[in-house]
Design a binder for this molecule. Structure first.
Ligand SMILES: NCc1[nH]cc(CCC(=O)O)c1CC(=O)O
Ligand SMILES: [Mg+2]
Length: 331
């Protein structure tokens, strides 16, 4: 029998800070955070990104400094994204296969500086390397070809793994890419390289600032609706996750974050595997815009939104607020 009022007063346990702390069901800690970083050419370069106030692209030396900062803050993993120079972009995105590309140089530099003190997650998709900004190879009809793209993504993954990536994170939404990448990693001696699949990734309006950051926004014609998921679909997300797990994903991601918390909950309940959420660039920008407009307080907005992911059952969150949040949580 469950008591009712006045024997039950749910405000009793909320009356003091110590009691609220004692009864809190979930916590967010720096160890729950993955910090996405944008890499650019040069040295000593910091380029602020206008649509992501507070976030910059860094040259490799700056990325190494961010990696050391992350280690000090207790952030376990970085996610790297390259801003590829226009002259290195092509229709087929072949720069993704260059063992000396910006991404590979950043991976090696972080590894040299930090050893195994931090994980390096690398995004697999061709959009930072294509002249058209699509994640895959586009045929003459303008359609992104699935199987031909997967062949290139396998090469991109092996290139990243050879440079020292710890977690390969395919964000392209091609069918069958997780299995193909897993097979190739096993064959190539990378049995312990993980795959975190962007399994349920939606064709979202929240990616705009990210496309500025990697330099693909002005290039992209049309949209990504023939491969990223329709925002109306939830059952389909479970099928996407099921397939990626069957193909060898170690963990799965739901993206964007807050607007899709229901998906995170359902995936966790259905499969009981490690689920990560990506609080994407547009979500970050929304919080910063609210702060700038005096509509909310940054620290509180950041910590509340991050806690929500933990409550939904996520193992962790990719967030551009990672360093700020870790500083707040470490204090
Ligand atoms: N495959 C590219 C990729 N990887 C991560 C993001 C978005 C992340 C963000 O908005 O923060 C995107 C953008 C896209 O699909 O167009
Ligand atoms: Mg899929």
């Amino acid at each position: 029998m469950i008591a009712s009022y006045p024997q039950a007063r749910l405000r009793r346990t909320r009356a003091t800070a110590w009691s609220r702390a004692l009864h809190r069901e979930v916590l967010i800690t720096p160890a729950d955070l993955i910090w996405p970083l944008f890499v650019t050419e040069g040295s000593g370069v910091e380029q602020p990104i206008a649509s992501l106030p507070g976030v910059s692209r860094w040259s490799v030396d700056g990325i190494v400094a961010r990696a050391r900062e992350a280690v000090d803050l207790g952030i376990p993993c970085l996610a790297l994204f390259p801003n590829t120079q226009a002259e290195r972009r092509s229709d087929d995105g072949r720069e993704a296969l260059n063992p000396d590309n910006l991404m590979c140089r950043a991976i090696k530099a972080i590894r040299d500086a930090c050893g195994d003190a931090i994980g390096i997650l690398t995004d697999v998709a061709l959009d930072p390397y294509t002249s058209h900004g699509q994640d895959g190879l586009v045929n003459t009809a303008g359609y992104v070809e699935n199987d031909a793209t997967v062949d290139v993504l396998v090469g991109q993954s092996l290139n990243q793994a050879a440079a020292g990536a710890d977690i390969i994170a395919p964000s392209d939404m091609m069918d069958g890419r997780v299995g193909a990448i897993r097979d190739a990693l096993e064959r190539d001696g990378h049995a312990n390289v993980q795959i975190m699949s962007y399994a349920a990734k939606y064709a979202s309006a929240f990616y705009g600032p990210f496309r500025d950051a990697v330099g693909s926004r002005g290039l992209l014609k049309g949209d990504k609706k023939t491969y990223q998921m329709d925002p109306g679909n939830a059952e389909e997300a479970l099928r996407e996750v099921e397939l990626d797990l069957a193909e060898g994903a170690d963990s799965v991601m739901v993206k964007p974050g807050l607007p899709y918390l229901d998906i995170a909950v359902r995936v966790k309940e259905a499969f009981g595997v490690p689920v990560f959420a990506y609080q994407v660039s547009g979500e970050y920008a929304m919080i910063e815009a609210a702060v700038a407009a005096g509509a909310g307080e940054r620290d509180a907005l950041v910590l509340e939104t991050l806690l929500a992911f933990k409550r939904a059952g996520c193992s962790g969150v990719l967030t551009y607020h990672a360093a700020h949040a870790a500083r707040l949580l470490g204090a």
